[in-house]
Write a protein that binds this ligand. Structure first.
Ligand code: GLN
Length: 191
């Protein structure tokens, strides 16, 4: 199994090191040919307008959409979640539309309003420390989207629709690898 992390902008390095800790082969994805060698893709957090521009200029946008429709497991975190959404409340950037949710880009405010909250992931008894940085919020869910975790205000913060996983926080910034493991299992089952 080889997991690719989109490495155009944002905190891709942190995701790569989480997967390495779990002994999974990883790959930095920067071009169309990079996608052909992977079984699953992570779109990391960062800045969604920048990621969007780079996805367009590398033509990775259309290829990722195509791979997603063919069942490739894809996980978007934070800016990555914004990118995989079907709709966003702002006019910019144009999301890829892989996950049937509406996302509000800077719902929780500016960088200074970033916060950490203990959430319950996938009904696990042990709490997961979720780091929210200029975090987006999922404000509307399609019928086929399953909520895996909610924040204390009841907003979904981890959701899944078939081969697509989205988290509005940054699991790659803590030492808890449970969500990376969850994605590895998704890749394992789907491939
Ligand atoms: N809100 C940011 C954006 O619109 C994403 C923040 C993040 O990825 N930490 O791009």
């Amino acid at each position: 199994m080889k997991i690719g992390v989109l490495a155009l902008q944002g905190d891709f390095y942190e995701h790569l090191s989480c997967f390495k800790k779990l002994n999974v082969d990883t790959f930095e994805v920067r071009s169309k040919s990079d996608i052909e060698s992977i079984n699953g893709l992570v779109i990391p957090g960062g800045e969604s307008t920048t990621i969007s521009k780079l996805l367009k200029s590398t033509k990775l946008d259309a290829l990722i959409t195509d791979k997603s429709s063919k069942g490739m497991p894809i996980w978007g975190t934070c800016a990555g979640l914004i990118m995989i959404s079907k709709n966003i409340t702002e006019g910019d950037p144009k999301p890829l539309g892989l996950l049937d949710i509406t996302t509000s880009r800077n719902y929780y405010g500016r960088q200074i309003d970033s916060f950490i909250e203990n959430i319950q992931f996938n009904s696990d008894e042990k709490f997961f420390e979720a780091v929210f940085i200029r975090a987006p919020a999922i404000i509307k869910l399609g019928r086929n989207v399953k909520t895996i975790a909610r924040s204390s205000d009841n907003t979904p913060v981890a959701v899944r629709q078939n081969n697509i996983l989205g988290t509005s926080f940054h699991p790659e910034l803590t030492s808890d690898l449970r969500i990376h493991k969850y994605f590895i299992e998704m890749v394992d089952i789907i491939n």
